[in-house]
Design a protein around this ligand. Structure first.
Ligand code: NAD
Ligand code: MG
Length: 393
């Protein structure tokens, strides 16, 4: 039995993970679940999966969850706060941690899982963007196993040799080809992008996801964060990572080798595939995803990305090339900008302005201790909040 902790159990990835686990009760048991604010959903999950522990954001939420569980006769221990999140991620009673909290809030618990040598299934790309070096060091120094859940990185992982040593040259890898759907505004007239609503931005053509990553997909900041994520996961410099627009999202990414071979991983766009892959790795288990029928899809298209339509993608490449704390600044400013857009304070086209301004405002300390990262993250949030206040309509 693999004992699983899910950080962010009520989110899109968390729910998909529980869906896969429910298909294999003989192989997996749920040790702990966490949620931020959706207490009723978490209570329902605890009733079905009977975890030993559940963690929420604050005392009020914990009291409400405890009352719901008592009424249903569920004996899950209820805790709250960051220390408790780290504890369920690093407990000796768990083997595998699904890191599926959204944003910088996921960094601490994901790091705790890596430091405790767990099998870490990483959906929370922001953790790797903020502090990639520290995270990869924590994995290596503590013999943790890191498996990517992001569909592109999971695809690349599957297309690399089994004992890939984090060196593209040594493995004959010319390029990592990250596919991107282009999001809901791929073909919309650029002049009209300023007018789009949060509802339109969150309506992704192929994937159903949380609101933050949906907006990131519409700006293509998501792909930018994924370029940085690929850099850390696979030891690839920016020059070896190429973004290819592929609107059907059937090819989840590719690896191009020096002998001319290109390996791709294909499938229906459903996160249960990478989740099942990582849970069972190196074996395979059923995920509930329908088999791909290429004859029904018929056509696969590919385009180069337009950096003028998607300035956030260019900003992310800039941050990767700058290194140091630049990616943490990019990520923090983007979180503030996306929330301000979702709250209708700023327009869609303001998101890249907020991020660009923060990257100008906040110095790159070069060093990347966790204190440096968190300090520049705070400064970036302050800069972004100032720009939002100026742009707010
Ligand atoms: P979501 O918004 O649906 O869920 C987020 C989860 O995090 C929820 O369970 C929520 O309770 C928890 N959470 C939110 N804020 C928190 C905080 N401050 N402290 C503790 N917990 C908090 O998001 P999602 O779409 O499931 O995405 C989760 C992560 O996975 C993100 O980093 C995203 O980039 C990544 N990811 C998602 C998908 C997808 O298809 N949804 C694909 C690839 C990668
Ligand atoms: Mg992805």
């Amino acid at each position: 039995m693999q004992r699983i902790t899910i950080l962010g159990a009520t989110g899109s990835i968390g729910v998909s993970t529980l869906d896969v686990l429910a298909r294999h009760p003989d192989k997996y048991s749920v040790y702990a679940l966490s949620a931020h604010s959706r207490i009723d959903e978490l209570a329902a999950q605890c009733e079905v999966f009977r975890p030993q522990r559940a963690v929420v954001a604050d005392a009020e939420g914990a009291a409400r969850l405890a009352a719901l569980l008592r009424a249903r006769g569920v004996h899950t221990e209820v805790e709250y706060g960051e220390v408790a999140l780290r504890a369920i991620a690093s407990s000796p009673d768990t083997d595998t941690v699904m890191a599926a909290i959204v944003g910088a809030a996921g960094l601490g618990p994901a790091m705790a899982a890596a430091a405790a040598g767990k099998k870490v299934l990483l959906a929370n790309k922001e953790a790797l963007v903020m502090s990639g070096q520290l995270f990869m060091d924590a994995v290596a120094n503590n013999k943790a196993t890191l498996l990517p859940i992001d569909s592109e990185h999971n695809a690349i992982f599957q297309c690399l040799p089994a004992h890939y040593g984090r060196s593209p040259e040594a493995a004959g890898v010319e390029k990592i080809l990250l596919t991107a759907s282009g999001g809901p505004f791929l073909n919309r007239a650029v002049e009209t992008l300023g007018d789009v609503t949060p509802e339109q931005a969150c309506k992704h053509p192929n994937w159903s996801m949380g609101r933050k990553i949906s907006v990131d997909s519409a700006t293509m900041m998501n792909k930018g964060l994924e370029v940085i994520e690929a850099h850390w996961l696979f030891g690839a410099p920016a020059e070896r990572i190429e973004v290819v627009i592929h609107p059907q999202s059937v090819i989840h990414s590719m690896v191009s080798y020096n002998d001319g071979s290109v390996l791709a991983e294909l499938g229906n766009p459903d996160m249960r595939t990478p989740i099942a892959h990582a849970l069972a790795y190196p074996e395979r288990i059923a995920s509930g995803v329908a088999q791909l029928d290429l004859t029904r899809i018929g056509t696969l298209q590919f385009y180069q990305p337009d950096f003028e339509r998607f300035p956030c993608l260019a900003l992310a490449f800039d941050a990767l090339r700058a290194g140091g704390t630049a990616p943490a600044v990019l990520n923090a400013a983007n979180e503030i900008a996306v929330q301000a857009f979702l709250d209708r304070q700023i327009g869609f086209r303001d998101i890249d302005r907020v991020v660009a301004r923060a990257m100008d405002d906040v110095s790159n300390t070069g060093a990347v201790s966790i204190d440096d990262v968190l300090a520049q993250d705070s400064l970036a949030r302050e800069s972004a909040a100032r720009t939002v206040a100026r742009l707010a309509r």
